[in-house]
Design a protein around this ligand. Structure first.
Ligand code: NAP
Length: 275
């Protein structure tokens, strides 16, 4: 039995990159998506192929659900429980950019509420739900040192939670105020859950990507091409979903066992202040 990851917004972009990298290390994956079923199916097929190339047999399932909806979040976790009966890794990745990218003086409450529901409320409460199930699974695990006939029990249970924030958590964009505020709050979400869940054996991390090539950044490609060429990042290239996926793999592999509440920057060095 493989370990199981649930990735919100796994159908495209960064979420797809994370799904592919986790598939390569032999994890089963639940790919959540909002509406683009074709993209989710494509990602699932790519995951199966990626796993097969390194000799891993995995299962991948797709699950439609809007993470801003409480009922959909419950459905997503129940789907994972029904299909896999196990959750080792939650990746809070799904998110939208600021609707209309309006100047902060023109921003509307309606758009603010929609973004906050997806980018902040969704991960906050999905993490709560997943964490409770993880705690429950930890309690049911056979005590160490006892033998178990179940292959499930043979696999060490070290659950983890990762949230994808952004350099926008600290870099101001006056036409994406809601997005920046939600991303800043995800940093505190990580610290709160890391503190609360440490005693439960659950490590919690924030991954802070810089400029990553995806559908989200496609409309502003020329702007970022120019900024990168002008030296915006010490590593002078666009980031890729694979770059973020590799950071998630490091966490999933338990390579950071004594670190929790940690921020992992995947940004080509964007966060470095320079003189
Ligand atoms: P993307 O290409 O636009 O993909 C967004 C993904 O989120 C899709 O899988 C989409 O599903 C899903 N999604 C959107 N709204 C959802 C909802 N309400 N419920 C469930 N799933 C939903 O975006 P991305 O660039 O990969 O970004 C992924 C995450 O990384 C976001 O949180 C974003 O803020 C963050 N990030 C991105 C960058 C960047 O440069 N791209 C940088 C820093 C942080 P469908 O396919 O069904 O639409």
């Amino acid at each position: 039995m493989n370990r199981v990851a649930l990735i919100t917004g796994g159908s495209r972009g960064i979420g797809r990159g994370i799904a592919l990298e986790l598939s390569k290390i032999g994890m089963d994956v639940v790919i959540n998506y909002a509406s683009n079923e074709a993209a989710a199916q494509e990602t699932a097929a790519s995951c199966m192929a990626a796993a097969a190339t390194v000799g891993n047999q995995i299962r991948v399932e797709i699950c439609k659900g809007d993470i801003s909806s409480a009922n959909h979040r419950i459905g997503l976790v129940e789907f994972t429980r029904k299909e896999f009966d196990r959750l080792d890794l939650l990746v809070n990745n799904a998110g939208i950019t600021s609707i209309g990218r309006a100047d902060v003086l023109d921003a509307t409450e309606e758009n603010f509420d929609r973004l906050m529901a997806i980018n902040l409320k969704g991960p906050y409460f999905l993490t709560q739900q997943a964490a409770k199930w993880m705690i429950d699974q930890t309690a049911k695990k056979a005590p160490s040192g006892t033998s178990s006939k179940s292959s499930r029990e043979a696999l060490p249970y070290r659950p983890k939670i990762v949230t994808i924030s952004s350099v926008s958590a600290y870099a101001v964009s006056t036409n994406r105020g809601d997005y920046c505020m939600a991303k800043a709050a995800l940093g505190m979400l990580t610290k709160i859950y890391a503190t609360r869940l440490a005693e439960c054996g659950i490590n919690v991390y924030e991954i802070c990507p810089g400029v990553i090539a995806s559908d989200m950044t496609a409309p502003v490609k020329e702007k970022y091409d120019r900024l990168i060429a002008e030296g915006m990042t010490p590593i002078a290239r666009w980031g890729t979903p694979e770059d973020v996926g590799k950071a998630v793999v490091a966490i999933a592999q338990d390579f950071l066992p004594f670190s929790t509440g940690e921020v992992i920057n995947v940004d080509g060095g964007f966060h470095l202040r320079r003189l």
